[in-house]
Structures are given as structure tokens and as C-alpha cells.
Design a protein around this ligand. Sequence first.
Ligand code: 2AM
Length: 183
Amino acid sequence: MNSEIKHTKKVPARRLFFAIWPDAALSRRLDELAGAVKKQAGGRVQKRENIHLTLRFIGAVDAETEQCLVEAAATIRAEKMQLNLDTLGFWPRPRVAWIAPGQPPAALAELAAKLEALCVACGIEAESRAFAPHITLLRKVRAVQRMPEFSPLIWPVDEFVLALSETLQEGVRYTVLQRWSLV
Ligand code: 2AM
């Protein structure tokens, strides 16, 4: 065999997204709320450790693009904010029940816009759909007659993350890869 030949292993693309991630206490409260919604609406609760709000779904990218995203994310300057999670909702087509801030602060859309620009600069196709901030609580929900009574949850947001999405036999697993502070 020719020892000059280099065997370069192709690194598989990784499925990524930018998000904000609740701390353990807020995740627990969101998980409890998901349980209350399930009693009224059925469906399958999102695993507690998977609960998050997507800022920009990226999809599968190669290592070079991932590196570009990580380097660009470090240059982002965006404001800290507080989200008032006061609205429960249901989208029949993806069959998802969610919670969202009814009146999101401008800082949230600004952060999402900065991430959108960053993705495009790294060669990712522009997102054609409008940013619809939400936290998925349940999937496979068929119909919702009523939502439970609940007290709004306040979420102080001081960082954003890049997360990895993997589909395993036991279900989807999200892993936070990197975190960046808001200012
Ligand atoms: P969902 O919770 O509403 O399903 C990881 O998959 C995250 O990215 C989830 O929050 C998911 O939103 C979102 N996501 C998955 N595929 C997407 C797509 N094609 N466009 C926008 N967001 C997507």
C-alpha cells in the first residue's frame, strides 16, 4: 500500500440550533406545567432536560461551518432580557403545545436577527419563516379543548447557546455545545 495516501475520515454533519436554555429551576416548573397541559390535552411531554427556546434552527452542517458559527457567535453583542412566559398555545399541524412570551421584548427578536445574519454569513440558507419564539412543552397533541390555569413564569435570560440535536433509539437528545453571555 502506498504510504503517501492519506486516509481522511469524513466527519459527519451535525444537526445544530441556537437557543436559550432555562436553568434547572425553570425547567422543573416548565416540566410541571407540561404535565398539567398533558392532563387536559394528552400528547407526549418534552423531556425536562430538552426544554428550550430555539432562536435559530440551523440543521445539519459540516465541521467547517460549525467552526464558522462558533467563531461568529463569539462576536455577537446582544442585550440581556426578561421573558414573561404567560401564553400557552397549540399548533395543530406540528401537533405541538407550547408556552411563549405573549409580548416578547425587542431584545429577543434582535438576538434572533443577529443569529440569522451570522448563519447566512457562514453560508447557511436564509430562514424564510418569521421568528415565532416558543418553548415546546408537548408533542403529538391531537386537540386542545382547554388549557390549565397557571401563573406566568419570569425568565431572566443572560446567555444564548449552540445546541446539538441527535436522534437516538431512546428519542431525541439535545446537548448544549457552547454558551455566550448577553451584555
Ligand atoms: P419545535 O420545538 O417547535 O419542534 C431542535 O429541533 C429545535 O429546533 C426545536 O425547538 C424545534 O422546534 C426546532 N426546529 C426543528 N426543525 C426546525 C425547522 N425546520 N425550522 C425551524 N425550527 C426547527
